[in-house]
Write a protein that binds this ligand. Sequence first.
Ligand SMILES: [Zn+2]
Length: 119
Amino acid sequence: MHTVERTVGWTIGMDCFRKEEQQTDQEVKMKDEECRLCLAALDPDDCGYSIAKNARFRKALEQVFTFKISFEAADLPEYTCKQCSWNVLDFQSFSELVKANQEKLQERSQRVDGHGKGI
Ligand SMILES: [Zn+2]
């Protein structure tokens, strides 16, 4: 296992799902645990975020994707894998960086305009 070094400034606890062990035969969930975003099979060790429970992660999803992801649908996978979780949060912080830089550029160009550009 390799260590992933990440400098992204986010700290959200992972929402590990647990296999329910006390299910009776009649109540076996038919829903396989798969990643909501990439549909990969989820391993309990490879837990990402719960889109149903993690409001901060939901916000990141809304920022990153232009299409709607339904958070309430009970029959859809609730969890994302670690890789997708990282992708979403990485992209969110990248998007925020770009946004901040655009504001910086705007400010800079206004400043140049304000101080008159010598001919
Ligand atoms: Zn995934």
